[in-house]
Write a protein that binds this ligand. Sequence first.
Ligand code: PEP
Ligand code: MG
Length: 777
Amino acid sequence: MAVLWLDEIGADDLEKVGGKGASLGELTGAGLPVPPGFVVTAGTYRSFIEEAGIDEELFAAVDVDVDDSAALADAADRAQELILETPFPDDLREEIVASYREVGDGEAFVAVRSSATAEDLPDASFAGQQETFLNVTEEDLLDRVRECWASLFTQRAIYYRQEQGFDHSAVNIAVVVQQMVDAEKSGVMFTSHPSTGDPTMIIEAAWGLGEAVVSGAVSPDNYVIDRKDRSMDVTIAEKKVMYEKDEATGQTVERDVPEDKRTQRVVSDDEIDELMDLGERVEDHYGEPQDVEWAIVDGEVYMLQSRPITTIDESDGDAAEAASGDTASKGLTDGSGVQTAEGGGGASDASSSGDVLVDGLGSSPGTVSGPARIVTKLDDLAKVGEGDIIVTEMTMPDMVPAMKRASGIITDEGGMTSHAAIVSRELGVPAIVGTTNATTVLEDGQVVTLDGEKGSVLEGTAVEPDEETEPVEEVRPQSPVKPMTATEVKVNVSIPEAAERAAATGADGVGLLRTEHMILSLNQTPAKYIEENGEDAYISELVDGIRGVADEFYPRPVRVRTLDAPTDEFRQLEGGNDEPEEHNPMLGYRGIRRSLDRPDVFAHELEAFRRLYEMGYDNVEIMLPLVNDAEDVLQAKELMKEAGIDPEKRRWGAMIETPASALSVEGMAEAGIDFASFGTNDLTQYTLAVDRNNENVADRFDELHPAVLRLIGDVIETCREHDVDTSICGQAGSKPEMARFLVNEGISSISANIDAVRDVQHEVKRVEQKLLLDSHR
Ligand code: PEP
Ligand code: MG
């Protein structure tokens, strides 16, 4: 038998069906309302690879030095290819398809989920990457099953097993195939209080499929119910988005919640009663508190998953250790407005000794306490729960969703302009970068307090968690009238997700939208992405990402920079082993020099701009990074024309990021730029020969150095003579001292970080008024 039906499975079948399969079987057997389905067993995977004779080659392929990222990427590609390209034997194909046809009369949309099994692994979820496909039909079913098998051999999974010393051949994988529930509402339920174990149920609920709640895409309603008398506290959240099945394509899509349902309560009193009855049955069945995923459709309640709560604080605060695993991917509030940091790291039971454990550069302000979550390069990011503090060497673009869940971020590496610093500021998450040793000094689960202003990490809980604040509200101007300034004050955006928060500042536009964060978050190099999905898909990704920001600000201008990612960042992505290995990527193949070298690739970016203009986004401006002289600018201008963009009709300009560009700005003005924008992160690095990301020389990174200021002052003067606008979009634009200097020099606009816009507006106003006063005295 290649498959086992859920009602044939019990908790003892873990080895055959993996943790997820065993849990669903157990619940089905207990008579709980679980959607029907079956499991393609781990043994089936095993015989598939053995009978096809690919097993030995597979295990040999992944026996590599995992610290060699190119070798690791090749190993993952080869192993996955072996599985994906091996056809199913006829009898196996028939058995799986026949089983599918028994689910929901053969027309069901099913969820296909991997369920890894590994005798010795402490957390099998690391062994496989828990690949999940929703809304699958017969057409794709077998491919999806194979993709779940192949997910045993992602780079992360191979890396993890190798690092832990586990034998690749000892890990197996089962696949759960289960009818999808087209949830009208769904959420999670903790059958007892997740920190204290008290008889208090906590239910979180939102519209549509549960993925929106589990992934943190939506703030759910929160119901805290006393199990003794069923008295209840309800907090209704504003639910802006929901996930649902697109009727036309069958794909899961994110949609806006209709206006009238956003602040409507999701579950009724009767449904709460039903959920509680179920919760009590599940807890009784297992004999311990459970964390349950549920869904409601047509008034029927379904249970999708149940796991023991691992975060109940039985000792005195060290249960954080237990908070790893799947439950850590969710955070919830107990209705008090205070986040219960999973792992018992809440304010109630811990205190700080005041000892500084590590220190670094305070790069995003705010003070928070919570359990440290050490994240290594290829870890499963699901381990980062709501309220955790991420501790890592350096953040990567694919960490952004986890960074959103985290309450704080600490890195070993990096300076004030590193990925971690830029993204955490945009998300409004306190951060410290460049500690050099946080990942070795701090322990996973250890409760710490991070001061993003001073740059210090203290032992224990030093602050009561704040009332939950809305990041958009934090930055909204407090006074009803924003300071009117002649110098425009704009805002920088690196991740499209921050656009709403950025627009709420009241800024006069976007001074820098970094497209590379959009591209890096695809997790594939542009070349790889295009190879797999086609040119059009790549262009659409760009159009959609830029458009989100351009919409948010319309008609305020949005200056979009063409791609500027150093090769070492591209090398981290899938397909990255084709990138050149450079001794010094900061001086290498990036920015306009790469675009001009590969006009065929640059053409896709330009096509995205052309489409945006065609769609009417006339507020989009094109900005060219890392140019050195007029020649660079003229070549780019020619390519714009070839792409169907009229440089005379559109606003476009260049960044001033190298001393050469500062000294050549007159030629660039003659070449037709509309604006020049100081990228002081790079201009400082190249003027002072100080690597911007090297914490060892961070104290020498001085954007206010007289040499840098002199270059800036001269460029502003030349540009004024040629009627070219000037701006700053480097980190220094957020510093009041720099704003003072620039306004005095006559800059046209300043672009600041989201959290600095308000202060810069006031500083600019003050300087402008002083200039006016002085001129009258
Ligand atoms: C700069 O160099 O100042 C800049 C804004 O660009 P980036 O930080 O993306 O290199
Ligand atoms: Mg730069």
